[in-house]
Design a protein around this ligand. Structure first.
Ligand code: ADE
Length: 250
């Protein structure tokens, strides 16, 4: 099944350009997903094609007007639902949200600009709001592309047959273990011996220990969310001498 993604934006070329490049471009050629971009400036009727206006109540900046966005939705009833607005006030975007979206047949992304979107668009038509993080971008376009890329690469066939998104950061709630490629020595730094040992079971345990250690050090919140370390995980850290008495968790 092809995932349908509609994007409502004032910068259709920026979205289309990135979405036809690299992994996203190849995946759409393989019909893993299909992009439909809508420039809501096309729905304006005044001579200046105005999409924004000053905020009621005063204050700095401009607000995106409701009508061009609402009219775009009326003119294109085929636009996929849910309609998700990209705003800093939305729910935080995570791997779990990406997985949730990858299980749908389609969704739409509304990119804000300026100081925000007229609240009536959100009240009337928007089903969900997503934020990329606690910072403010100039608009939702980069956020929309991040969401699309994180979602599409989870879809079967998106990465080609010999790649998998199942064995990477966050897939089991942990950060990824360190990776190395040739040559075996770079500026006196050697690839860990175990990775060249050919002992695949031990390599798998070492990678798991590394992922656990790294997540404990960098993102203890992720370990806490999984309910802490279980006995097997503690044992694997001990096996590779990665338990540090001075460290807080494990
Ligand atoms: N638009 C502006 N800032 C944003 C953010 N942090 N996440 C999503 N969309 C945004």
């Amino acid at each position: 099944m092809t995932l349908r993604v509609d994007v409502l934006t004032l910068f259709p070329e920026a979205i289309a350009h990135y979405a036809t490049t690299s992994v996203l471009g190849r995946a759409s050629q393989r019909d893993v997903w299909a992009l439909h971009v809508h420039d809501f400036r096309d729905a304006t009727s005044d001579a200046h094609r105005t999409v924004d206006d000053t905020p009621f109540g005063g204050g700095a900046g401009m607000v995106l007007r409701a009508e061009p966005i609402l009219d775009t939705l009326v003119a294109h009833p085929e636009i996929a639902r849910p309609l998700i607005a990209l705003t800093p006030s939305g729910r935080p975007f995570t791997h779990d949200v990406a997985k949730e979206l990858s299980s749908l047949s389609g969704f739409s992304l509304l990119c804000g600009r300026y100081e925000g979107i007229d609240q009536r668009v959100l009240d009337l038509e928007v089903d969900d709001e997503i934020s990329l993080g606690d910072y403010v971008l100039a608009g939702g376009e980069l956020a929309a592309l991040c969401v699309i890329e994180a979602v599409v690469r989870l879809l079967p066939g998106a990465l080609g047959n010999d790649h998998s998104s199942a064995d990477e950061s966050f897939s089991d709630g942990l950060l990824e273990y360190p990776q190395y490629t040739k040559p075996a020595v770079v500026r006196d730094l050697e690839v860990p011996e175990i990775l060249r040992s050919g002992d695949h079971a031990r390599i798998e345990r070492w990678r798991r220990a590394q992922a656990l250690r790294r997540t404990l050090d960098r993102r203890p919140d992720l370990i806490a969310r999984r309910g802490g370390l279980n006995g097997e995980e503690t044992a694997i850290l001990v096996e590779f001498a990665l338990v540090d008495e001075n460290r807080q968790n494990g």
